[in-house]
Design a protein around this ligand. Structure first.
Ligand code: ATP
Ligand code: AMO
Length: 482
């Protein structure tokens, strides 16, 4: 018998003898002569029959039927068509008849949770005591995250993290095809990259350092170094004490930055095309995974705009749509989370798309490096230096923010002025920012870019109720373990 290739996509021949290592999803003794086991492999499972015969003792049947779930076994078996046709979508159309079986690694008989618990949706907030249709209590998100190794074994978790990996691949594939270079910028910084409020401080020999809140300053310095098109996939740290379903203290940033010729909308268009490439790539390459996860959470398919027709709204238009719907909101107010969701629903109704772009955000609510719009610069009033709009944009999926971006100020003197005038002024002469500002004294082309939260895309593509489900080992204000 041959050792089966676990990663082969072709089914083994009927009647072939194969040797393989398997995870026992469950085992039960049917009678003294017959036991059934279910083996799990990635997204699928296969049933195994252990029947007493001349060459297989009743003792062996009993032993097989009482193997603790989650144990790892080495099996020699014969491939057969099942006695009854298989109804499940994850169980394969073949079964195996066991000839030999050894335990490679035995799992504890009492596990802190079952893998089956990980295949149910997490309870809705405030419904921790909820019971499933079968009357069993639903294991809470906390219990699942505390026992993440078992939890991750669930099929839909395997699907989630294959999709996440696929998004990174598609991000890089698209941008490389457009001439972007992958970069790795420092995570240990001499100064906060996005203002001081949400930065983690770490001791660094005799001094202190900060964990990167974004590669912002460095991706721009790479433009000044004339790389023109750069991208980065890397960890992002935020000391935000936000205990919400969409904030993590460590997440993965998909960042890009590019020099443009005439107008920052060249970059917005590039980013829109990037997102459509990712969405279409997920549809083509990860359909099985997406369908599996959405079926558990009973989520509808993600509605894509027609090619090239991503709804792109001026911030003013967004505010007007909200007002027409009865929301009281000022012209230059930031959108609250409920406003964002409401606007997402209005856009879906009007344009039939779960993905859209909000452009020209108010200057006052964007970071210091953001370029004020041409009209704002023309109407400049020193008494009110943060009035008006800016060349900045957010991307939304299912009414939640997945990306922020902007045209950046590429003139050192103007940048210093904006740093002084910003709603929260920043010291351009400080150690950590001096080199950044200087980069623009040596001639830097106009540029713009954006930063995407990878876990947010995963969450919203699949309709997951919590961003923690899109992180292998999530970090939040009250979780550093496991
Ligand atoms: P960005 O940092 O670009 O704004 P973001 O999506 O992380 O992106 P935040 O500014 O962190 O956005 O938060 C946006 C909204 O999230 C806020 O307007 C607020 O409504 C909500 N929010 C943030 N933290 C909390 C919290 N601890 N509790 C409830 N809501 C929160
Ligand atoms: P911003 O701070 O908006 O922009 O972050 C970019 C994107 O990162 C995601 N995100 C988060 N995801 C999970 N948990 C969090 N706590 C969290 N905070 C943010 C969101 C957000 O849209 N330098 C700019 C980007 C740029 O202009 O290029 C920046 O960091 O999806």
């Amino acid at each position: 018998a041959q050792l089966a290739d676990k990663y082969s996509t072709t089914e083994p021949d009927e009647n072939a003898d194969i040797v393989f290592r398997a995870e026992v999803e469950n085992a039960r003794n049917q009678s003294a002569k017959l036991a059934f086991l279910v083996f799990r492999q990635g997204l699928s499972t296969i049933q195994a029959v252990v029947a007493a015969s001349d060459t297989l003792s009743r003792q062996m049947v009993k032993f097989s039927g009482s193997i603790p779930s989650e144990s790892v076994v080495l099996v020699t078996a014969n491939v057969k068509k099942p006695f009854e046709p298989v109804k499940s979508t994850t169980i394969q159309n073949l079964e195996v008849h066991v000839k030999k079986l050894f335990i490679v690694a035995k799992a504890d008989a009492q596990l802190p949770m079952q893998v089956a618990d990980a295949e149910r949706p997490i309870p809705a907030e405030g419904q921790e005591e909820q019971q499933a249709d079968d009357g069993k209590p639903i294991v809470t998100l906390n219990t699942r995250l505390n026992n993440r190794v078992i939890d991750l074994r669930g099929k839909h978790n395997h699907a989630i993290f294959r999709i996440k990996d696929g998004i990174t691949l598609l991000f890089q594939e698209f941008l490389r095809s457009k001439g972007f270079m992958g970069a790795n910028t420092p995570r240990l910084l001499g100064a906060p990259s996005e203002g001081g409020a949400s930065v983690f401080e770490v001791s660094y020999f005799a001094t202190k350092a900060f964990l990167a809140q974004s590669p912002q300053l460095y991706k721009q310095m790479l433009i000044a170094a004339r790389f023109e098109r750069v991208m980065e996939v890397g960890p992002i740290f935020r000391a935000e004490n936000s205990n919400t379903a969409r904030h993590l203290t460590e997440f993965t940033g998909l960042d890009m930055e590019m020099a443009f010729e005439e107008d920052y909308h060249e970059v917005v268009t590039m980013l829109e095309e990037l997102m459509l490439f990712i969405f279409n790539g997920l549809r083509e390459r990860y359909k099985k995974e997406s369908d599996l996860v959405r079926s558990i959470y009973q989520v509808e398919d993600f509605k894509l705009p027609e090619a090239g027709k991503v709804p792109r709204l001026h911030f003013k238009e967004g505010i007007q749509m909200l007002r027409d719907d009865g929301v009281e909101i000022g012209d230059f107010d930031d959108l609250s989370t409920p406003d964002e969701k409401r606007l997402g629903a209005l856009v879906l109704k009007k344009y039939g798309s779960d993905f859209y772009v909000l452009d020209q955000f108010p200057l006052a609510i964007r970071p210091f490096y953001t370029m004020p719009s041409a009209e704002t610069q023309a109407a400049y009033d020193p008494k009110n230096p943060n009035a008006g709009y800016s060349n900045s944009y957010d991307f939304f999926m299912r009414g939640q923010e997945i990306m922020s971006g902007a045209q950046r100020i590429h003139d050192a003197a103007f940048l210093e002025k904006r740093m002084r005038e910003h709603v929260t002024p920043v010291d351009s002469k400080s150690d950590g920012l001096r080199d950044y500002v200087n980069a623009f004294r040596y001639g830097c082309p106009p540029h713009a870019g954006g930063g995407i939260g990878l876990e947010r895309i995963v969450m919203l593509w699949l309709g997951l109720p919590n961003v923690r489900l899109a992180s292998l080992f999530p970090r939040d204000p009250s979780r550093l373990l496991p």
